[in-house]
Write a protein that binds this ligand. Structure first.
Ligand code: ATP
Length: 524
């Protein structure tokens, strides 16, 4: 379905999963807010990751570091000097483009455009600030058309002199300023230059703009906080190699072109483990971590068949990494990275030892050796995984019966452990006080243990469909049999409820007294 991504974006807004940040004021580019359901979904993902990696393992400890980061930390790690993407400026539009998004043959960007995409369609941005990459967008023709319209408008507003310009290999009828035109490659783009992706900020009340102690950064990854606290964790918890430190937290990158919904954001959350080991174990552990991470995705509902493993070739890995795997997922907009599993050797700790001048070696009590441990890093993106879960779970199911009228249902097939709402509690009728009272009783029984939702409005069939759309795995109906009326075969169903399963739509009867353990077993 070429419209799949748009439909997901639209469902995310209408159901309360994800909204554009500051939408009321036109939106803050590259930033997103999670609504009531999105917040639950994301929290479930993080809790599951933490449970599997920290709680259920003896060899990994958690930490939660500060976001504001000392300049020296990021100088040592190489981020201040080198954490950048090559960027070009479009002289005509003043847009900033990532060099890797520029058509290599013609040297032109796919589109000079003022059009940007949101779930409500294509809209204008302040003059030409967004690049549309056809390879990443299914709705290319629409994009081209709109882009061209605004482009033509822009040219006429600026009264730019005529000259033909290539757009993604296709000659447009619009004309451009000849003085800016480079006949060598037909482009209006400057030579690429490095653009540092870190957000810098000022700390304290220092009025001196050049005071280096007043400069801090929003961390571009959670990893460095772990490296600089590795020695403290080691000393305070007396762990032995191999061991890991895990962290979930925000990271910030001033991405040149945020795009693909939450996929590339400027503010995002990471789930990272730095797993410290003896040098001789590094490569083996990298392979083991890859397997462990693939199983994790399977458990949360992203099947292996939709994941691709990229064994990053020589020359494309970071210079200190002897092995890196990218775990990629088949998003509707293409196969893209979800997580990196990188063998970083002793690079980071060595850098921090050199720059700080403090010894942070590991002492092996058995062999009496001192050395800097090596590290394997499984680094996952929380928002990207949420996006993958949304894409993977989304289905429009055709339930039309032969000869019957068209019947479709939208269903989010979240695994119960991830689903934002675990169970919906539905009294058959809202105007029967006994049904409502019993339903409230069931709600109060479950509420301390899980996120449930009480709904009494509309016919029960419609209420089921509403829950399907937000991925609630179980619907609990309280009916007259619950209150003591005889079942269809004369059986006594007092104090039992109907549980309707989201995926199969099948129903079964469960006693209220067994309900809590029944659910707990299935939602873990
Ligand atoms: P990319 O090549 O997509 O920019 P990266 O290789 O720079 O990603 P890493 O530095 O390895 O990413 O970061 C680890 C993980 O953090 C990524 O696999 C991804 O899930 C997440 N991540 C990185 N940048 C972003 C971003 N801008 N928005 C959302 N998630 C991100």
């Amino acid at each position: 379905d070429p419209q799949k991504m748009e439909k997901i974006v639209s469902l995310c807004k209408s159901k309360g999963f994800i909204y554009q940040s500051a939408e009321l004021y036109g939106g803050l580019n590259g930033c997103w807010d999670y609504g009531p359901l999105g917040a639950e979904l994301k929290r479930n993902l993080k809790e599951y990751w933490w449970r599997k990696n920290v709680q259920e393992r003896d060899d990994i400890l958690g930490m939660d570091g500060s976001i504001l980061t000392h300049q020296a930390v990021l100088t040592a790690s190489g981020h201040v000097g080198g954490f950048s993407d090559p960027m070009c400026d479009c002289l005509l539009s003043k847009a900033r483009l990532r060099a890797d998004q520029i058509e290599p043959q013609t040297g032109t960007a796919y589109h000079y455009t003022g059009a940007s995409h949101s779930e409500s369609g294509w809209s204008v941005e302040k003059p030409f600030s967004v690049l549309i990459d056809p390879s990443a967008n299914q709705d290319e023709n629409k994009a081209r058309k709109t882009a061209k319209q605004y482009y033509a408008q822009f040219l006429s507003d600026k009264q730019i002199a005529p000259k033909k310009l290539e757009l993604a290999g296709e000659t447009t009828t619009e004309e451009v300023d000849t003085t800016q035109y480079n006949p060598e490659n037909g482009s209006l783009l400057t030579e690429p230059r490095e653009f540092n992706l870190m957000f810098q900020t000022k700390m304290g009340a220092s009025s001196d703009d050049n005071d280096p102690n007043a400069v801090a950064y929003l961390r571009p990854e959670t990893a460095q906080t772990i490296f600089v606290q590795y020695k403290n964790v080691l000393d305070s918890s007396r762990v032995k190699l191999p061991f890991g430190i895990a962290q979930i937290g925000k990271a910030f990158r001033n991405e040149i072109n945020p795009r693909n919904f939450t996929f590339r954001s400027r503010e995002f959350e990471q789930m990272e483990i730095e797993f410290f080991c003896r040098p001789e174990d590094g490569l083996r552990l990298t392979d083991e971590w890859l397997e462990a991470r693939l199983s994790f995705y399977e458990e949360i509902g992203i099947p292996r068949t939709k994941l691709h493993i990229l064994d990053v070739p020589d020359g494309e890995r970071a210079h200190y990494s002897a092995k890196t795997y990218d775990i990629e997922y088949e998003f509707p907009f293409g196969i893209q990275e979800l997580e990196g599993v990188a063998y970083r050797g002793a690079y980071d700790l060595t850098k921090h030892q050199d720059h700080s001048g403090k010894n942070i070696e590991y002492f092996d009590e058995e062999t009496k050796e001192r050395f800097i441990p090596h590290v394997v890093e499984p680094s996952a993106g929380c928002d990207r995984t949420v996006l993958a879960l949304l894409c993977e779970s989304y289905e429009v199911e055709d339930l039309t019966k032969e000869g019957g009228k068209k019947d479709e249902r939208t269903v989010m097939r979240f695994k119960p452990c991830i689903a934002p709402i675990k169970a919906a509690i539905l009294p058959l009728l809202k105007n029967k006080p006994e049904l409502v009272a019993k339903a409230k009783e069931v709600q109060h029984l479950l509420q301390p243990f899980m996120n449930v939702f009480y709904d009494e409005a509309a016919a029960i069939g419609r209420r089921y469909r509403r829950q399907d759309e937000i991925g609630t795995p179980f619907c609990i109906a309280i009916d007259f049999e619950t209150l003591g009326e005889e079942g269809p075969n004369g059986e006594d169903l007092t104090d039992t409820v109907t549980i309707r399963h989201r995926d199969s739509m099948e129903q079964e009867r469960v006693a209220i007294k067994d309900l809590l353990p029944w659910l707990l077993e299935r939602i873990r």
